[in-house]
Design a protein around this ligand. Structure first.
Ligand SMILES: Nc1ncnc2c1ncn2[C@@H]1O[C@H](COP(=O)(O)OP(=O)(O)OP(=O)(O)O)[C@@H](O)[C@H]1O
Ligand SMILES: [Mg+2]
Length: 257
């Protein structure tokens, strides 16, 4: 059965059509990439999948259940968590508080943050899950007391991933993994995601500016251009196609394969 399915999804902002009838599917334990130029509609599509935008038309399904128009919190409870573009960590809060708030879903009021955190720390299941995330990403255990805004870009990406993992997702939808990060850091995050996928069975839906990263990390990919899927297939087939090489892999015959 398909884990996440978008069926003929359209997203509009007023009159503007950002996503125009896109169908996409991710199977359990699969790694799927979504690439395309700036403004193609990648973030809009992920946001529609994660309940942050209501599609103008089309359906979103998780394990065949129709979740179109469901709240972000209920999508998270059904097993789909997002790592948002730009990470959006709470810079003044310690790393651990950022992680704990991931267990609470996306919506909470900043003025009740300390009581929320007290409540979350009191819960055994949340503490156990926190330890699990620290075991997966030990660097976060070292940084647990540091304000998230005083960690590096790569560490903040780790916080955003750890926060999404607090909800025990079966699918992690990542919007721009590598943006602004040094290649060495990107490499180690990519290796982490492959391990998470292979050992914990978490499916990955990855949006990234770097098509070569997306193709090397994911077995299957979709190319989105001005709101429409123009190509889809196995990454190893797509990387050989001249139109993909010229538009996304730096052109010539020496582009990475
Ligand atoms: N909140 C919004 N209101 C109006 N238009 C929007 C909004 N968000 C995105 N758009 C427009 O929708 C289109 C798709 O944007 P989107 O951010 O989904 O693309 P993207 O593929 O994620 O781009 P990028 O690679 O820059 O992240 C663009 O034309 C963008 O200007
Ligand atoms: Mg985007």
């Amino acid at each position: 059965m398909t884990l996440l399915e978008l069926d003929d999804v359209t997203v509009r902002y007023g009159e503007a059509v950002a996503v125009d009838g896109v169908s996409l599917a991710v199977a359990p334990r699969e790694r799927v990439a979504l690439i395309g130029p700036n403004g193609a509609g990648k973030t809009s599509l992920l946001n529609a999948a994660c309940g942050l935008i209501r599609p103008a038309s089309g359906r979103v399904r998780i394990e065949a259940d129709d979740v179109t128009g469901a709240t972000p919190g209920s999508i998270v409870r059904r097993g789909v968590s997002q790592v948002p573009e730009g990470r959006h960590v709470f810079g003044t809060l310690p790393v651990e508080a950022n992680l704990l708030l991931g267990a609470y879903g996306r919506v909470f009021r900043l003025e009740i943050v300390s009581s929320t955190l007290r409540y979350l720390r009191s819960r055994r299941d949340v503490r156990d899950q926190l330890e699990r995330v620290y075991d997966l990403l030990p660097k976060l255990r070292e940084l647990r007391e540091r304000p998230a805004g005083r960690t590096s870009g790569g560490e903040q990406q780790m916080v955003a991933i750890g926060r999404a993992l607090m909800a025990s997702p079966r699918l992690l939808a990542i919007d721009e993994l590598s943006l602004g990060l040094a290649p060495r850091l990107v490499q180690s995050l990519a290796e982490f995601l492959v391990r998470l996928n292979e050992e914990e069975g978490v499916a990955i839906l990855l949006v990234d500016q770097s098509a070569s990263l997306a193709f090397s990390l994911c077995e299957r990919a979709y190319v989105l251009e001005t709101g429409r899927v123009t190509l889809e297939g196995a990454s190893r087939d797509l990387v050989g196609r001249p139109e993909v090489r010229s538009a996304y892999l730096g052109g010539g015959p020496d582009a990475p394969s």
